[in-house]
Ligand binder design. Structure first.
Ligand code: KIV
Ligand code: ZN
Length: 518
């Protein structure tokens, strides 16, 4: 580690927008990625891996937008150990006040032989060239030997020596396939420290996948072996079973700080909000019993537990709900609240809006406040996220009309504005009012999409809670997710469907272009 760093500080490297976004069905727009990155900055993460710039123009645009607009964390872009990737990453992050290039290649014989189809000799040469090239653009370079935990430790050490000699400042050891066990991972890192004494001069990082449910345990084991950066994703999203869960790592280091003697600079009170925003924008729900951010994580069901907690919280609680920001709902606005009150409330939540954005937010707030007794911080947060999507979609809902009764099948009529600005009308009957609306939208647009998922939830409790819907559609093997918010659940469902349709069609076009490109 660099001598100037606090040896007990563990850096939080968030990869929600890169590895996390590689979860099936997630397709965030650059604007949505920016909103998540801004929230990650409020949470106080040290590094944001904003994307893989060479992967697509959308990825590049998102990384560039975040590099230009998010202040605080180091912004990094991923690049294979190839010059075009590194140059594209360098271009995407160049406007960030603090920037890093993260370059990687595989070191396991399985990957070298079957995936990269080259030799160990080639890997040594590619590492040297890639790190040197990245270093010509930025001072801060991270290097990852992919599939490290299934690689020969002596060969990995040889590769790392080259990466450090060429100027890598962070060395990350990925358990790419989520195979390692905590004691094996610690032993692997300990052996690397012995074989590569230079590792003491850089930051050692851990990057674990959750295929065996061990990502957090392995990350902790790596930290105890000397690593001082953890790569993780909000709600543990990511490839296959996901990545190390950011909130679990932060809260385990915080809750057991006396035992571990380590700390992060994360603002733990922003955890609950970060989790909700990521869940809402990705369309990935959080399981109720998920550690830290699940709906039941602080609920006590059994009589004995409830009794104990009422007498003294410490009987059955190891951390406070307040410490992750679950009490932030105290902020309340009513239907007579004005523009200033809304602006101040949003500002208290760390969201600054002015001019046209404030007018739009205020108009939407008034619509909701007219129907709800009280508008809470959680409602405002959902509203701001919902507003973000407006105007980004190719199709939009103009109107719907549903005739539902128990005597006959529900009948729906809808008007959908297409990208050319025409309003297309369609009508259909269905098994229920929402089914009828979905079929009517398909009839209006002429797009036959498969409904993969449909979820309805409530933003807060209470009989006037805002309804939140999420729809995932599939068109020609491309999936697209859409979310929407309304006091009327049919309106929320219809708007989520139309958004999912726009996203799935966009993705289907990209897939078709990729196939057509030689
Ligand atoms: O899991 C992995 O190996 C990765 C690398 C690109 C760091 O995500
Ligand atoms: Zn990974």
């Amino acid at each position: 580690m660099t001598p100037s760093r606090d040896p007990n500080q563990v850096l939080i490297f968030d990869t929600t927008l890169r590895d996390g976004e590689q979860s099936p069905g997630i397709s965030l727009t650059p604007q949505e990625k920016l909103e998540i990155a801004q929230q990650l900055a409020r949470l106080g993460v040290d590094v944001i891996e904003a994307g893989f710039p060479i992967a697509s123009p959308g990825d590049f645009e998102a990384v560039q937008l975040i590099a230009r607009q998010v202040d605080g964390p180091i912004i990094t872009g991923l690049a294979r150990a190839q010059f075009p990737d590194i140059e594209r990453a360098a271009e995407a992050i160049q406007d960030a006040p603090a920037r890093r290039i993260h370059t990687f290649l595989s070191t396991s014989d399985i990957h070298i032989k079957h995936q990269m189809q080259n030799t160990r000799e080639d890997v040594l040469g590619m590492t040297r060239a890639a790190v040197a090239h990245a270093k010509s653009f930025v001072e801060d370079v991270e290097f990852s030997p992919m599939d490290a935990t299934r690689s020969d430790v002596e060969f990995t050490a040889e590769v790392l020596k080259i990466a450090i000699a060429e100027g890598a400042t962070t060395i990350n050891i990925p358990d790419t396939v989520g195979y390692t066990l905590p004691h094996e991972y610690a032993a692997f890192l300990t052996r690397l420290y012995e074989l590569v004494p230079e590792l003491a001069d850089v930051v050692l990082s851990v990057h674990c996948h959750d295929d065996l449910g061990l990502a957090v345990a392995n990350s902790l084991s790596g930290i105890q072996a000397g690593a001082r950066q953890v790569e993780c994703a909000v709600n543990g999203i990511g490839e296959r079973a996901g990545n190390t869960s950011l909130e679990e790592v932060i809260m385990l280091l915080d809750t057991r700080r006396n035992e571990l003697g380590l700390h992060t600079q994360a603002v733990t009170r922003e955890i609950a909000r970060t989790s909700r925003i990521v869940s809402r924008l990705t369309g990935y729900p959080v399981q109720p019993n998920k550690a830290i951010v699940g709906a039941n994580a602080f609920a006590h069901e059994s009589g004995i537990h409830q009794d104990g907690v009422l007498k003294d919280r410490s009987t059955f609680e190891i951390m406070d709900a307040e410490s992750i920001g679950l009490d932030s709902n105290h902020l309340v606005l009513g239907k007579h609240s004005g523009r200033h009150a809304l602006k101040d409330a949003l500002s208290e939540m760390g969201i600054e809006v002015d001019g046209q954005a404030l007018n739009t937010a205020f108009k939407r707030f008034k619509e909701i406040a007219d129907k709800k007794k009280q508008v809470t911080a959680m409602d405002l947060e959902a509203l701001v996220t919902d507003e973000l999507r407006e105007g980004e979609d190719d199709f939009s809902l103009e109107f719907f009309d549903v005739d539902a009764s128990s005597a006959r099948p529900p009948f729906a009529k809808v008007g959908i504005r297409n990208p050319e600005g025409q309003v297309l009308e369609g009508s259909f009957t269905g098994d229920g009012p929402i089914d009828a609306v979905f079929r009517a939208i398909a009839a209006a647009t002429g797009v036959d999409a498969k409904l993969r998922e449909f979820r309805i939830g409530a933003v807060t409790g209470g009989d006037d809670a805002l309804g939140e819907t999420s729809v995932v559609l599939e068109i020609d093997a491309a999936t697209g997710a859409g979310q929407a918010l309304s006091t009327d659940i049919i309106d929320a469902a219809a708007r989520a469907y139309v958004r999912a349709l726009s996203t799935a069609l966009r993705r289907a076009r990209v897939v078709a272009e990729d196939v057509a490109t030689p």
